[in-house]
Design a protein around this ligand. Sequence first.
Ligand code: ATP
Ligand code: MG
Length: 655
Amino acid sequence: MSQDAITSLLKETRRFEPPAEFSRRARVGAQATYEALYRESIEQPDAFWRRETSDLVFRTPWTTISDWSLPHAKWFLGATLNVTESCLDRHLTTATKNKAAIIWEGEHGATRTLTYAQLHRETLLLADALKRLGIEKGDRVAIYMGMVPEVAVAMLACARLGAVHTVVFGGFAADALRDRIHDSQAKLVITQDGAYRRGQVVPLKATVDKALAQPEAKSATRVVVYQHLGKERCEVQMTEGRDVFWHDLLAGAAPACEPTVVDAEHPLFILYTSGSTGKPKGVLHTTAGYLVGAHVTTKYVFDLRDDDVYWCTADVGWVTGHSYIVYGPLSNGATCLMYEGAPNFPDWGRFWRLIEKHGVTILYTAPTAIRAFMRQGDEWPAKSDLSSLRLLGSVGEPINPEAWIWYHRTIGGGRCPIVDTWWQTETGSIMMTTLPGASFSKPGSTGLPMFGVVPEVVTKDGKPVAAGEGGLLVLKQAWPSMLRTVWGDDDRFRKQYFSDVEGCYFTGDGARRDEDGYFWVVGRIDDVLNVAGHRIGTAEIESALVSHPSVAEAAAVGRPDDLKGQALVVFVSLRPGVKAGPELQAKLAEHVAKEIGKFARPDAIRFADALPKTRSGKIMRRLLKDVAAGRELTGDTSTLEDLTVMAKLRQQEEE
Ligand code: ATP
Ligand code: MG
């Protein structure tokens, strides 16, 4: 990492004011109101958080707001609670009781609705059953399921008992599951027979069998199997004495499991990061701080109203699913849509039909999905009525302005504000965005800090850089939903987040802050390119490429170069029907030179059918760096979504 500033060249200057009609009804309807609340959250945190959490259930209130003995933070000291009382029990005494908590749609179109009362009952039944299996406070439970309501039930049932869940994304193979069971020393695995994905059955239970056959996973001695597909569609092998069906287990349980009341800092869950930059880290989140972060951000960022139908398209296996499908929406009494399958099954119109059918008002998705839809053309969304939508969100990667504009116009009909939310598994909840009724947005900028968050762009010595200049993105103060450690590896925690810049949390991202105080995340700091002496973020080159009508997606990486130090190599996937070839290469090189500057003209442009991504949908530039340099793959590939993508890229190399 160098101390030089990152040259910042995004010329994006468009501004989108919140529509007056939206602001009029919004929770925070003016910039000044946001600013006053933000100031209070920093200057009087105790008063701020007490008011903002008055609808959550604490058995005993906190006595001390926070304690940050670097690097370890504690929040809401003295408080006791059980998160399920805030997410479930509290709604049973209000009209929310019979409101839909989860509207589920399976890949084949079946639907189910669980009200808050039903979700509460299911959770208590499972919690009681798990207790009978010997699960106690502090025990780790691995959850390896697809997108069915029972995955939320499983998480909440663990929380009810004070057990620590670790959800493993259902797309992971047996070895990745084994590693996470081993690392967390989970005692029990909750799974399901199988799930649908692109019309195929994904045999989840069979994968659990493979993982548990390995000695590293021996901590897990029991398996609970939810039958989602049934015997005809997915036969499972049950191991006597180890495996039990969910329904058999619940038959002997009572819907009357008292919550285990825990301290504010009791662990709630462990979740492994996406692995974009290296081996995944087991991020530990604790009870009160995490709940507060998820709750307050969901309420304000999505401007939740009682009649919203809110859809976060993430998988529950990622932090976005934890905070914005389960804990945040449920603690707010929201109605969430949960969809089991792939966005393009049976065709690219599926998402838009789901929105029309269920009257979705808020859509929260990722740039990778937006770019994929954009690539397929406007005719797909045009087939559905999307007029129920009132707010759009983006998370996971920098959103290229081109994709932002498409999302705004084609999906949002020009009337829906977009919240571009920057955060991480480690931060537990949204750290930066624009509140949709209060602040204008700028395509590609993640906006302003959320309550209690103090981001800054600094040099390696921790000195703030001037407006417009690039540097390291740090968070200067502890916030409630901050990770507490890396599970079982506190050294890694210290080294990863607290050794680069003294006295604050280092995010690993590069950013700049503009004259309006808006933040622009320009990419991972390890991926920052040094082109002919100019330091430039990957997002800027990639956004320039994506703004060309032929390009669907792009990834920029550096290749060691004797002369220049680093040569710029870009990998590009094209829109359908566009012909690859030297002519287009020349055009694209010219386009980047025009958009950014001559110095940024790529040294090589390579066409790819698809780019390597993590299973959470992020471009894995570290693998492309190896390809560009003609090296063997180095580092962890366990979270790579599709190995064949890499094979194809290498094959092309040899041709
Ligand atoms: P690993 O830490 O294992 O390398 P990861 O960083 O991809 O994986 P996550 O916690 O899922 O794991 O992702 C957080 C990162 O995603 C952020 O650090 C940032 O780089 C990127 N990110 C998330 N949201 C945004 C956003 N709105 N704009 C720009 N970047 C974003
Ligand atoms: Mg990360």
